[in-house]
Design a protein around this ligand. Structure first.
Ligand code: KG4
Length: 339
């Protein structure tokens, strides 16, 4: 089954052709990062307008690269939430128009489920059940993937998402947007033991929640105190110390989840999955505990349409097509169907 999938939930316009949920025939991503960098973050209205300009071009390229025509496509998939409402609407309306005019099924997909499904593309042998650690700009949680489309949340952030903390700290130390990749890069030149930033601890191995607002405030306080005292610091050291604190919590909770559930495969998903320290430490510590640690390649960690095509395939096999009345759902939860 060949699915043409579309993703436009934030600042990437993307289209892909994916065969049977696992084989990527094309995955075109048009990033708006350069435009939003000027504003220090994503401007929703600008994002929507850029999606409108880009979407036809991106879909055309995805078809060309996959050597498919619309006739070869069996279904149209699209992200319908969570995300920015205006941005989601562009992809969703475009996909509905295609599905209606071509008389092909529409499959409306949860963006977060897409991130998790990137692992099905990268690791052909991966089948549920497994543990997933989802770390993106809007989400941070650990879930037990019982079956395709069936999730049990084991722990989640009580405040900021991990990516959000990376972005806010990057801005505070003058690295700008997009924060995560910049913190990752400069940390390589820094001393991660320069300062011990706090790690949220709920003093119970069964509680796998996260909290990143404390470490973020600690970084801001450190910077302000240093300025008031006229002391200087190396941005690289602050970045590396902050990154260490965040990565340790993600890794510790991920490993605890595997042990609690007695399931020894963990698949990471979302943009922070690109982080080199997280990749290194989770692999190292996980392997010591007999855990198989899986990451999608970086291009499949950040927003892309191939992951939506993978999720769409398994959703279609289970529950079939989505009615054309489906609407953009900015606060859609994982495992929830809202149409
Ligand atoms: O998954 P994603 O592309 O978008 C959402 O669906 O949220 O994640 C974007 C987030 C941003 O906060 C970005 O700073 C972070 O992922 N990110 C990183 C890295 N690359 C992207 N964070 C840490 N290290 C990285 N290398």
């Amino acid at each position: 089954m060949k699915i043409l999938s579309i993703e436009s939930s934030c600042d990437e316009t993307s289209a892909a052709v994916v065969e049977d949920g696992r084989k990527v025939l094309s995955n075109i991503i048009s990033s708006q990062i350069d435009i939003h960098t000027k504003f220090g973050g994503v401007v929703p209205e600008v994002a929507s307008r850029k999606h409108i300009e880009n979407i036809s071009v991106v879909v055309k390229k995805a078809l060309e690269e996959s050597k498919c025509t619309f006739e070869d496509i069996d279904a149209i998939a699209v992200t319908y939430g969570p995300g920015l409402v205006g941005a989601l609407l562009v992809g969703l309306q475009y996909a509905k128009g295609l599905a209606y005019s071509l008389n092909k099924p529409l499959i409306a997909v949860n963006h977060t489920e897409g991130h998790i499904s990137a692992n099905y593309i990268e690791h052909k042998e991966l089948e549920p059940p497994f543990i997933t650690l989802v770390v993106s700009g809007g989400n941070t949680f650990i879930a037990y993937v019982k079956d395709y489309g069936e999730y049990e949340i084991l722990g989640q952030t009580r405040d900021d998402a991990a990516g959000e903390a990376f972005d806010k700290v990057a801005r505070a130390i003058g690295l700008g947007y997009p924060g995560g990749p910049k913190v990752d890069k400069v940390s390589k030149e820094g001393n991660e033991d320069f300062i011990k930033f706090p790690k949220a601890n709920f003093h119970d191995d069964k509680v796998l929640d996260f909290s990143f607002s404390g470490v973020k405030s600690a970084v801001l306080n450190y910077i302000n105190n240093s300025k008031m005292k006229g002391e200087t610091y190396k941005v690289e050291d602050i970045a590396a110390s902050f990154q260490k604190s965040v990565v340790e919590v993600l890794v510790d909770n991920g490993i605890k989840a595997c042990k609690n559930k007695k399931n020894y495969t963990i698949a990471v998903a979302g943009g922070v999955g690109c982080n080199s320290k997280l990749r290194e430490v989770l692999k190292e510590k996980g392997e010591k505990s007999g855990i198989k640690v899986l990451f999608p390649s970086p291009v499949l960690c950040t927003d892309n349409a191939a992951m939506i095509g993978a999720a769409a395939y398994y959703q279609y096999m289970k529950i079939g097509a989505t009615p054309l009345e489906v609407n953009a759902t900015p606060n859609l939860k994982l495992g929830e169907i809202r149409y």
